[in-house]
Design a protein around this ligand. Structure first.
Ligand SMILES: Nc1ncnc2c1ncn2[C@@H]1O[C@H](COP(=O)(O)OP(=O)(O)OP(=O)(O)O)[C@@H](O)[C@H]1O
Length: 410
């Protein structure tokens, strides 16, 4: 097994170099691991180039000790996605990551090692838990689900593609990631996401979404292949039978406008405490033998019984509710229990309609209204893509992509 050490020295609070020199490299040496190379990235895109070079230099599995945030991991996956052809290889090649969180949000690391209220502060702050897992003989690397996004134009021709290990989104989250990049120099921490959220909270996004499951029933999977929704009353997923559901349950059409449309694979949180997709850990997706799934978190303002139609007043009124709902995600994912009271007030409990629609499916499509420029933004692990007017984005969960199985030590 070949070992590469790679870190981004400028992400997050620019601590990568110190962490690797003082902690990671000494620990690897202590355990007798000699990397083929130790590389600090020098420019955007560099991480992907380095991993492609190492994969080309030797066949067989490769382990990368990666000091970065989610964006650098994404760059590597994107490089594989657009990289060299995988030739005649029939078995997927193994690429495993040991994650050392040096970035801003570190969503995947914090999802793998969530801060538990019972754990010590030292454990909560630890940046070496994936490294510890790698250096001990016990746990093996766990395979990641990947989410491929393809952009199609109005003639159904591909105009772009990317791949996520954490998040693919449109609407508010895509706008936040789009705008927060400009705030990076002044706000290197997660507060830049909150600032960008405030800038975008009153916007509604005009689009139609379609969620779907793979049609083929899975032998012995024990579940019917239908789009599911989280039910606070059932305290679990149930088949979605609401407006827009296809008669056989395999697809759901959601009409806008939307405030929020975000999907995750592997991750139940986007920051240490922002647990936006809690079912990823509370009800983990079925193992690798089943079709890979995506969790989709949706907020559609016109489901609010207090709002009859879109207006400036309605957008302002709903912005306060959006803020309250998203803030509840910091309370261990409590937002998925929020419901509407009779006058449209947001309550936890009761029997009203859920405020957040939380779906589980295998793929989604996002078809923006051509007149809404902001609805054309798509975020894939922080990379911002743009749907062409008249086009759409299609996101599909995969167990492996481009001839690689991607794993992380946890
Ligand atoms: N030497 C470098 N100089 C400037 N930018 C770099 C360099 N090396 C890598 N980068 C860029 O840094 C960006 C930020 O890295 P990354 O996304 O991993 O961290 P982050 O944004 O701080 O954390 P997170 O994605 O977890 O919020 C990447 O998009 C990458 O292209």
């Amino acid at each position: 097994m070949s070992l590469l050490v790679l870190y981004n020295p400028v992400c997050g609070h620019s601590q990568g170099h110190a962490i690797f020199q003082h902690i990671v490299l000494p620990r690897l040496a202590q355990h007798g691991h000699t990397p083929a190379a130790v590389v600090a990235t020098t420019h955007p895109g560099h991480a992907g180039e380095v991993v492609l070079q190492h994969l080309a230099a030797a066949d067989g599995p490769l382990t990368v000790v990666l000091g970065s945030g989610d964006g650098t991991l994404h760059e590597i996956l994107a490089a594989l996605h657009s990289g060299a052809p995988t030739g005649t290889r029939t078995a997927a090649r193994l690429l495993s990551f040991v994650l050392v969180p040096c970035g801003t949000a570190n969503a995947l690391y914090h999802s793998l090692f969530p801060p538990s209220p019972d754990s010590s502060q030292e454990l909560r702050d630890s940046q070496t838990r994936s490294l510890d897992a790698y250096l001990t003989d016990g746990p093996r690397a766990r395979p990641l689900t990947l989410a491929q996004t393809v952009l199609l134009d109005g003639a159904q021709q591909p105009t772009g593609a990317s791949i996520a290990a954490v998040v693919a989104s449109t609407a508010l989250h895509a706008s936040i990631l789009h705008d927060s990049e400009a705030l990076r120099p002044t706000h290197p921490g997660v507060e830049r996401f909150k600032l960008a959220a405030q800038q975008n909270l009153t916007r509604w996004y005009h689009a139609r979404a379609r969620l779907a499951v793979a049609h083929t029933p899975v032998p012995n999977a024990g579940i019917a292949p239908v789009v599911e929704i989280f039910s606070p009353a059932a305290r679990g997923f149930v088949p979605y039978t609401g407006p827009g559901a296809a008669p056989d349950g395999t697809a759901v059409t959601l009409d806008g406008p939307f405030v929020y449309f975000l999907s995750t694979v592997n991750a139940d949180r986007l920051e240490a405490n922002f647990r936006i997709a809690p079912c990823q850990s509370t009800f983990p997706p079925l193992p690798e033998s089943s079709p890979p799934t995506i969790d989709v978190v949706v907020i559609r303002p016109l489901r609010d019984p207090a709002l009859l139609e879109e207006s400036e007043h309605a957008r302002q009124a709903f912005a306060e509710k959006s803020m309250a709902i998203l803030t509840a995600a910091y309370r261990d994912g409590a937002h998925i229990h929020a419901r509407y009271g009779g006058a449209g007030e947001v309550v936890e409990g009761g029997t009203g309609d859920v405020v957040v629609e939380y779906f589980r499916c295998n793929s989604w499509e996002w078809i923006p209204d051509p007149s809404d420029q902001y609805a054309h933004l798509v975020c894939v692990d922080g990379e911002i893509l743009q749907v062409e007017p008249g086009g759409k984005a299609v996101n599909t969960a995969l167990h492996r992509a481009d001839g690689y199985t991607i794993s992380v030590y946890s």
